[in-house]
Design a protein around this ligand. Structure first.
Ligand code: PLP
Length: 313
């Protein structure tokens, strides 16, 4: 864990030392899960480093906060500048960036409106992911994803991750690397922190936002890339068993990037290797973020840091 530290963390507009970024145990967030957050990657390219889709992540943070009546006193631009500042102050790239907003130390009680809003942005070294081509062995979870009108799936909220934790623990304890949750009606939803794609008959399918999934930024990037590669993309409710008879399947997410699924419930996906459509999308994604192809969508926000040796993950 020692690797996951840097000199500074951004707090409400100022850089403070890593060790000073502490909160009181009676803070609202600790008792009632009142936080929203982002996970963002800064990649290194041959001539520098750049943060992937930074404005989109910050707009989503503001949206997540808005759903929870947590007005953030910063604009998208200010939050983007804050990220650049903290990365440059820490001099760490490639890295992972974790902005978080929460209800802090105020009045103890369910109503969050009497507790102050705190915003922090941390980053820490996270190396270039060296994609293993083995793929992930996953299961369908016995836990469902959040039902509509219980917890808002479109908010990237800390409390939603209690559901994610149940999915992830069950999967790992049973020898899988991740679980895929069904939605409340039994249709495919997503992994504990990854969106799901399936390929069958040359068509790329993904679950729509109505099936209790997060509006993933990697998901939207892959949809854009697929359309440009001439791949038909269909967003529709997907039955569980499609996972067992599809040609290819993969996860997307800031952490997962593009990770192909080797098996689901011990049934091989295709022949278990990364199929051609997944490979094409995977390669296109990594070529752009690693600066091996032009950043034609302006997805990278440059940061001025000396790029370090890739850190193994
Ligand atoms: C963060 C997250 C994802 C992935 O979203 P990205 O924007 O691609 O990182 C998918 N599902 C859930 C539940 C998440 O919290």
């Amino acid at each position: 864990m020692a690797l996951q530290t840097t000199a500074n963390i951004w707090h409400n507009g100022q850089l403070i030392p890593w060790d000073k970024a502490q909160i009181h145990v009676m803070s609202h967030v600790i008792h009632y899960g009142s936080s929203v957050f982002e996970g963002i990657r800064c990649y290194s390219q041959p001539n520098g480093a750049g943060v992937f889709r930074l404005p989109e992540h910050m707009a989503r943070l503001i949206d997540s906060a808005k759903i929870y009546r947590m007005p953030l006193p910063y604009t998208v631009d200010q939050l983007c500048s804050a990220v650049v500042d903290v990365i440059e102050a820490n001099g760490v790239a490639p890295c992972y960036i974790r902005p978080i907003a929460f209800r802090g130390y105020g009045e103890v009680g369910v109503n969050p409106l009497k507790s102050p809003i705190e915003v922090y942005i941390a980053n820490f070294p996270w190396g270039k992911y060296v994609p293993g081509n083995d793929g992930a062995d996953v299961c369908v979870s016995s836990w469902s994803r959040l039902a509509p009108n219980t917890m808002p799936s479109l908010a990237k909220a800390g409390a939603n991750y209690m559901n994610s934790q149940l999915i992830r623990m069950e999967a790992e304890i049973n020898g899988y690397s991740e679980g895929i949750a069904l939605d409340v009606n039994g249709y495919l939803s997503e992994g504990s922190g990854e969106n799901l794609f399936i390929v069958r008959g040359g068509v790329l399918y993904t679950t729509p936002l109505a099936n209790s999934v997060l509006n993933g930024i990697t998901r939207s990037s892959v949809i854009t890339l697929a359309k440009q590669l001439g791949i038909e993309v269909v967003e529709q409710a997907l039955p569980r068993e499609l996972l067992y008879i599809c040609d290819e399947a993969f996860f997307t997410g800031t952490a997962a990037e593009v990770t192909h699924l080797r098996s689901v419930d011990r049934i091989l996906v295709g022949d278990g290797t990364m199929g051609p459509i997944t490979t094409a999308l995977h390669d296109e994604f990594f070529n752009i973020v690693n600066g091996l192809k032009p950043d034609r969508h302006n997805w990278l926000t440059p940061v001025n840091v000396k790029v370090g040796e890739p850190v193994a993950v």
